[in-house]
Design a protein around this ligand. Structure first.
Ligand code: FDA
Length: 392
């Protein structure tokens, strides 16, 4: 059977590409390995799908070539997707930092994509696997698991990254890239909680459930968002964000309450209210359980008047400049995304098509483009899917 366009993966990017290709009256087939369509959309944003970010800009993405993203974002921006959401009368709100979430369940976004696929006659086959891909002159032929053979002029790889294998993530896209001799930037889990050695882990466990205002830095990158202690280590938006940049065997710097200069704050307290207990003073700015633990770790107690200025300086350094060395991440099991992927040098930024193999496209998370937390990853899926859909 011959198709104009075959898309592997019925996730955010694949469905967007299917809609756009079918709009152009192409004969489109989407092949999805799992039994469910758009499963990551369904579980995203705590079930409310953070479908884009009003501040989308190429600086919010990590890639070996950050400029690669500009063309896709120019061709299909956050405003274009917002218009589509409005057209389907899906109500939404800005949670914070430009992040747009559905008011209702994420399923609404899946329904929108399926309605558009239906409207333009893009066909979707679920629970179907591809065993073999071959290129015959200008056609790609695919052997399906059930033995059926299909051919297509355009083959779009939208199989996503390695995150959350439990719901169907596979390395299929990277294997196809390698089969066609395209470079793949080594992958790693990103937007993922960090784990620590026994000593720090014990502290995290004791503080599990506490969320604090923080800024977390690695090298010259800083994110100012909440940090969460968990029974496995550290999580929360600031940690997830920095995990995408963190490199093994290096430390991160945590600034607890970045708006407070603790050295100055404690010195002022010593002058103005010298009979206050240090633990009570710290509890004015952080949860009591955390202030007790920090006092224990720094071996401080008693009234502020009894604490030397040198020690106050040390306390300030710990609170505003806390050096912590993760031993790793929680891995693909909980990572929101996979960084690395098909090297953008191999693709045209204007079309998402392989430079070496006309008719072969890669879109979405399988490509070496990773967004920050906050709706940017879906925007990349919509934008890259849209772009490929114009050139299939
Ligand atoms: P995606 O993974 O969505 O789709 C790939 C599809 O291909 C899947 O359906 C898979 O089953 C299928 N597939 C795999 N191998 C195949 C094969 N061999 N043949 C056929 N099909 C195959 N982002 C964001 O912007 N806002 C948010 O709120 C969230 N929230 C969030 C929560 C959680 C828990 C996770 C894990 C991730 C997020 N993300 C997110 C990230 C976002 O989900 C992700 O970036 C996009 O889903 C990527 O879209 P893709 O279409 O590229 O891959």
């Amino acid at each position: 059977m011959l198709f104009d366009v075959v898309i592997l993966g019925a996730g955010a990017a694949g469905l967007m590409c299917a809609i756009e290709s079918a709009k152009r009256r192409k004969n489109v087939l989407v092949i999805e390995k799992s039994k469910k369509i758009g499963e990551k959309i369904r579980i995203s944003g705590g079930g409310r799908c953070n479908f884009t970010n009003i501040n989308t800009h190429h600086s919010k993405f990590i890639s070996n070539n950050p400029n690669f993203i500009i063309s896709s974002l120019n061709q299909y921006s956050q405003n274009d997707f917002i218009e589509l959401v409005k057209k389907y009368k899906i109500s939404f709100h800005e949670k914070k930092l430009g992040q747009l979430f559905c008011d209702g369940p994420s399923q609404q976004i899946i329904d929108l994509l399926l309605a558009e696929c239906n409207k333009y006659n893009a066909r979707i086959e679920i629970d179907t696997s591809v065993e073999l891909i071959k290129k015959d002159k200008s056609l790609y032929s695919l052997k399906l698991e059930d033995g059926n053979l299909i051919s297509t002029k355009s083959l779009v790889i939208a199989t996503g990254g390695l995150s959350i294998p439990k719901i169907g993530a596979t390395d299929f896209g990277y294997l196809v890239a390698k089969q066609f001799d395209l470079k793949v930037i080594p992958t790693k889990p990103a937007l993922v909680p960090l784990i620590f050695n026994d000593h720090t882990l014990a502290m995290c466990r004791e503080l599990s459930g506490i969320s604090i205002d923080s800024s977390v830095s690695f090298e010259n990158i800083t994110f100012k968002e909440d940090l969460l202690f968990t029974h496995r280590g550290l999580s929360g938006p600031s940690i997830l964000q920095i995990s995408s940049y963190w490199k093994e065997n290096s430390s991160i710097i945590v600034n607890i309450n970045p708006n407070i200069d603790y050295y100055k704050f404690l010195l002022d307290k010593k002058l103005s209210n010298s009979q206050l207990y240090i633990q009570n003073i710290l509890s004015e700015t952080i949860p009591r359980r955390l202030s007790s633990k920090l006092c224990e770790l720094m071996e401080i107690s008693g009234k502020i008047i009894e604490i030397s200025n040198k020690k106050i300086n040390e306390i300030g350094s710990v609170l505003n400049n806390w050096k912590l060395k993760p031993i790793g991440t929680e891995g693909y099991r909980t990572a929101e995304v996979t960084s690395g992927g098909v090297d953008t040098d191999e693709l045209s930024s204007k079309t998402m098509m392989s430079k070496k193999h006309p008719g072969l496209f890669f879109i979405g998370e399988v490509v070496d483009v990773t967004g920050h937390l906050g709706g940017y990853n879906f925007q990349w899926a919509w934008s890259s899917g849209y772009v490929a859909g114009q050139y299939t």
